[in-house]
Design a protein around this ligand. Structure first.
Ligand SMILES: C[C@](O)(CO)[C@H](O)COP(=O)(O)OP(=O)(O)OC[C@H]1O[C@@H](n2ccc(N)nc2=O)[C@H](O)[C@@H]1O
Ligand SMILES: Nc1ncnc2c1ncn2[C@@H]1O[C@H](COP(=O)(O)OP(=O)(O)OP(=O)(O)O)[C@@H](O)[C@H]1O
Length: 268
């Protein structure tokens, strides 16, 4: 069985408090984008994991897909062995949730492959054990998220027909370190009210990671400015970076920001 785990962008990301468990309280709108990996899982005589495409840092045993398998196996001891092939295309350490998407899609795929008949809320519960971003990718529709990112409600936001240009400037940012650099601030306005007014996004929608990461990586601020110069109606960093994206009403011409880096450009 083959699936195509997709990336997400964050529209607004507010880090409102540090928790006693080491995580941070956030508020954000997570939106799926059609930038994908490819993931194949088959029943096999013994467990195998191979990947192609972008190199994945770390030990294959620690890959979130195998963690997803082991998590299910704890509760369903009869699960057969699996053979996994992941073609990695979504940049890593990019704030695009690629690893989280692989994990959630693996859970959903195995639910079908092994005929477990688990409902989405149970899959989301497993996904939350693998990462804060993971539950979002079970339903994979626009969501307002809160808590550490695992509490979700549907968002009416619809970007269909808009254009996105996203640049990953080869800067790997660790999510943990990015959170450690932020001073949490309570959110005084309403994210959903802001999202309802795209004309106001430039003033009311912000990613709290930008304040601490732009001084460390001035290129990220330059990329954002280039999107605005090219006519974007909104531009921001996604998640904990380092991807920066611009949203456009119509297909934009080639941008200076696109030269030399990984670029994803698509109509949504
Ligand atoms: C930046 C975002 O992508 C925004 O959507 C997410 O908050 C990150 O979610 P994620 O990559 O799934 O993160 P996790 O794997 O759960 O956590 C990685 C590390 O990031 C930090 N972390 C993560 C989420 C959160 N709400 N607060 C945190 O402080 C913690 O130090 C944690 O050890
Ligand atoms: N299937 C996978 N794909 C990518 N990274 C994985 C995977 N499994 C485990 N990892 C580990 O997770 C780390 C980061 O993953 P990911 O690409 O989701 O981060 P990110 O792009 O910063 O996303 P976000 O911060 O939005 O969660 C990698 O450094 C890697 O070691």
């Amino acid at each position: 069985m083959i699936v195509f785990p997709n990336a997400k962008i964050n529209l607004g990301l507010y880090i409102t408090a540090k928790r006693s468990d080491g995580y941070h309280e956030i508020q954000s709108c997570m939106y799926p984008i059609p930038l994908t990996d490819a993931l194949e899982i088959q029943v096999s005589k013994k467990n195998r994991f191979e990947s192609s495409g972008l190199p994945i840092p770390g030990n294959p045993e620690d890959n979130l897909i195998l963690k997803a398998y082991r998590l299910l196996k704890k509760d369903f001891q009869d699960l057969p062995h699996i053979s996994v092939h992941l073609h990695k295309y979504i940049p890593i350490g990019a704030g695009l949730g690629g690893g989280s998407a692989d994990a959630a899609f693996a859970l959903t795929l195995m639910n079908q492959l092994f005929e477990l008949y688990l409902e989405d809320w149970i899959l989301e519960d497993y996904a939350a054990q693998l990462g804060s971003d993971c539950p979002f990718f079970v339903g994979n529709t626009p969501k307002l998220v809160s808590g550490r990112g695992e509490l979700m409600e549907d968002s009416p936001l619809d970007l269909q027909g808009k254009w996105i240009v996203l640049v990953y400037p080869n800067i790997h940012i660790s999510t943990k370190e990015a959170y450690a650099g932020v001073k949490p601030t309570p959110l005084e306005s309403s994210l959903s009210e802001c999202l309802a007014e795209p004309d106001n996004w430039q003033s009311c929608l912000k990613n709290d990671f930008e304040a601490s990461l732009f001084p460390l990586y001035p290129l990220l601020k330059t990329l954002k400015e280039q999107f605005y110069e090219a006519g974007a109606y909104y531009a921001a960093m996604s998640g904990s970076g380092s991807s920066v994206f611009g949203l456009f009403e119509n297909e934009p011409p080639p941008l200076p920001a696109e030269v030399g880096y990984f670029v994803f450009r698509s109509q949504l």
